[in-house]
Design a protein around this ligand. Sequence first.
Ligand SMILES: [Zn+2]
Ligand SMILES: [Zn+2]
Length: 237
Amino acid sequence: NTAMAAQMTDAHRRFLQVLMSHGIMEGSEARKLHRRCCEIHKVYYAHDKLDDFISTINSHLQPLFMQIRKGMSEGDGRAHYALVNLAETEITKMASDYTENELELFRKTMDLIILSENGFASSTDILNLTDQLKTKKMKKKEAEQVLKVFVEDKWLSERNGEYTLHTRCIIEMEQYILSNYQDVARKCNICHSLAIQSQICESCGIGMHLPCVRKYFRAQTEPRCPQCNDFWSCDIP
Ligand SMILES: [Zn+2]
Ligand SMILES: [Zn+2]
């Protein structure tokens, strides 16, 4: 990018501070915040200029190896914005907040989720890992607590006892996951982002996020795979 970086105003700084304190923000929340920040600091506002506003912040975050990234919630397809630290690997991002065996439990949980067919790991399967931990064994009760903290800290999300990676975790760790799980991690055939929860073509093996499946087949007369043109065998969500 050779363009001169636009100036950071107090509106940009306020936006960044609020996003930092949340870690991740849904698209509609971010749009509201954008408006509020511009109003408070009497800075030019246009409702369709959020991405420009963010790229101004990003050009100033670059020397700090940080970036605001946009990603999609795999459940409902809504856009989210997260502040990402580009200088650190997955482990150093989390290392200051958790003990060694908590990190090991997280890594093993991540393995289960990524290696699963549907992008979920059950609490039973995760809790069964606790006596395989090499760093330090963990009681099941203790592990349940740790899982709760991972959910609160937005690394995991939970539904009916099934765990998947939180949108914030996917946005932060996309590169890490793609390079460390090369043989199993998939990119969505529609939006080309990492897909953890996806439907997979039985014939050619491509995957698509559920919201991307929904959107793609809405415009098609027959559900056929965009890659191999075979009939799409999964139920359209
Ligand atoms: Zn997708
Ligand atoms: Zn196919």
